[in-house]
Design a protein around this ligand. Structure first.
Ligand code: OAD
Length: 239
């Protein structure tokens, strides 16, 4: 099956589901991270202020896990789409993993930050950080100790790159949401934003219907490693 129209400007939103088959847990599925950890303890500024050791342990474990994971066929299909697509392309991810980059994606915005980076709350400097972090580590830029935190967006904090993302949502003609439950805003509201602009085809690719599934014009359900490469092949066939 091909599309009845061709597209010039694509925005793709990804969530934890695209990395699930790489061995990284999702948040809200059975066995998801938020069934094992209290998000108010490990993913809020207040939790970090109360117990920074617990928060560092949580992100250290996730960092180690990530270094063992590999991009899967869904990440690879999106990288190939970007490489071979003639028009505008933007990949917005809620994921803090680096599997899109490792698969070759370049026009990529990490709206919830990046697990393999840390930030100094004293001077604001962001540093690449693949290893463990603890309270004794000093900032490589200003030398301050105890002021480093994971460069991830916590609940109650503002996601990154929002202006650029909303501009792209308003001007795209294809919006594809992949592997996200649609429970966390602002990302959960992107499809409504795209619909308000009134010109884009909207597609959901997920294992199960998301909370906002009825807002999408087209919906395909299955594992990301199967449905994302199939969808990308269909796009190329219509181009
Ligand atoms: P969720 O855990 O909320 O949702 C994951 C989605 O992926 C679900 O809808 C699953 O059905 C789907 N899924 C699971 N396995 C899949 C597979 N193999 N193929 C395709 N889909 C699959 O994760 P997100 O929606 O990404 O934010 O969560 C959004 C945000 O909430 C995260 O970025 C994180 C979290 O709290 C922060 O930490 C700020």
């Amino acid at each position: 099956m091909t599309f009845e129209r061709s597209f010039r400007s694509i925005v793709i939103l990804t969530g934890a589901g695209i990395s699930a088959e790489s061995g990284l847990g999702t948040f809200r599925d059975r066995d998801g991270l938020w069934t094992k950890y209290d998000l108010s303890e490990v993913a809020t500024p207040e939790g970090f202020a109360r117990n920074p050791v617990l928060v560092h342990d949580f992100y250290n474990a996730r960092r180690r896990n990530l270094l063992e994971a590999q991009p899967n066929a869904a990440h690879a299909a999106l990288a190939a789409l970007e490489r071979q697509w003639g028009g505008d392309f933007l990949l917005v991810t809620q994921n803090v993993d680096d599997l899109h980059e490792r698969a070759g994606s370049q026009r990529l915005l990490h709206m919830h930050g990046e697990l393999l980076k840390i930030r100094c709350e004293h001077c604001g400097h962001v540093t690449a950080w693949p290893g463990d972090l603890d309270l004794a580590t000093a900032c490589p830029a200003c030398g301050n100790a105890g002021s480093l935190r994971p460069h991830v967006v916590w609940f109650g904090e503002m996601p990154l790159y929002m202006e650029e993302i909303y501009d792209a949502l308003q001007s795209c003609d294809l919006f594809v949401s992949i592997g996200t439950s649609g429970q966390v805003y602002p990302a959960a509201g992107f499809v409504a934003e795209v619909r308000r602009a009134g010109r884009a085809h909207t597609v959901e690719l997920n294992l199960d219907p998301s909370d906002g599934h009825s807002l999408f014009a087209e919906r395909l359900y299955g594992p990301a490693t199967e449905i994302v490469p199939e969808f990308v092949a269909r796009l190329f066939a219509s181009a």
